[in-house]
Write a protein that binds this ligand. Structure first.
Ligand SMILES: [Zn+2]
Ligand SMILES: [Zn+2]
Length: 228
């Protein structure tokens, strides 16, 4: 399957053993979806230079038309210039650099995960890797039933999840993209770090990191790649 490739790109990898955790999660992910490809790792120097470049850009300034924050845009274009990403060629950037109030994000086929807020919690970092891997593989699929309701905080999100149990529905909160509402799924969303840790506990207690619908979305993404 040469049309599919994975690169883990790291800035400051020694922190938390980011590459090791990311490799393990990616191996579990590929095993789950039955895809056998090798994963390449690229360690980048220049972390300090990157951080100083960022000092002139606010976290959320200089956003593009999709509202993708300026700092992350700088980082993703840096990644893309070294290793162009495409639908089949996924790039997973791991770093200890502070990327803003989120622990992870994704842009097209590039996932960015930061340990800055996570500090000494490898399982929460792993949850974030699973979550962003889901996004760069088309989960949750935007064709799923979308709940049109504004939610602004974690209690409201949890309430909506309870209400929509068994509906395979998705929603969008604060322009952060679509997220799943199914029980125990890693493609759900939390806006605070503390609650993201709770979601990690739920992931660890569940049989699979993804609900059936999100897994099906990911599988059909692979089908589309193979069909090309
Ligand atoms: Zn997300
Ligand atoms: Zn799901």
């Amino acid at each position: 399957m040469s049309e599919i490739s994975y690169n883990i790109i790291s800035y400051d990898p020694e922190k938390l053993g980011l590459i090791k955790i990311t490799k393990k999660v990616l191996a579990d992910f590929l095993n789950l979806v039955g895809v056998d490809v090798s994963v390449q790792c690229l360690e980048c120097s220049g972390r300090d230079q990157l951080v100083s470049e960022w000092e002139t850009i606010g976290y959320y300034e200089g956003s593009d038309d999709d509202g993708f924050p300026g700092r992350l845009l700088t980082l993703s274009s840096k990644v893309a210039s070294q290793l162009p990403a495409s639908k089949g060629h996924k790039r997973i950037l791991v770093t200890s650099i502070d990327i803003g109030r989120v622990v992870g994000t994704s842009y097209g086929w590039i996932a960015i995960i930061s340990s800055h807020q996570i500090q000494d919690d490898p399982e929460t970092f792993a949850t974030t890797v699973f979550h962003e891997l889901g996004h760069i593989h088309g989960a949750p699929n935007t064709e799923r039933k979308k709940v049109d309701r504004q939610v602004n905080n974690d209690p409201e999100i949890v309430e909506l999840e309870k209400e929509m149990q068994g509906e395979n529905a998705i929603y969008e909160c604060l322009d952060f993209g679509e997220h799943c509402l199914n029980q125990n799924c890693t493609m759900r969303q939390r806006l605070t770090f503390e609650n993201w840790k709770v979601l990690t506990k739920e992931r660890l207690a569940a049989d699979s990191p993804y609900c059936e619908s999100c897994l099906a979305n990911i599988m059909s993404h692979f089908e589309a790649l193979k069909g090309k």
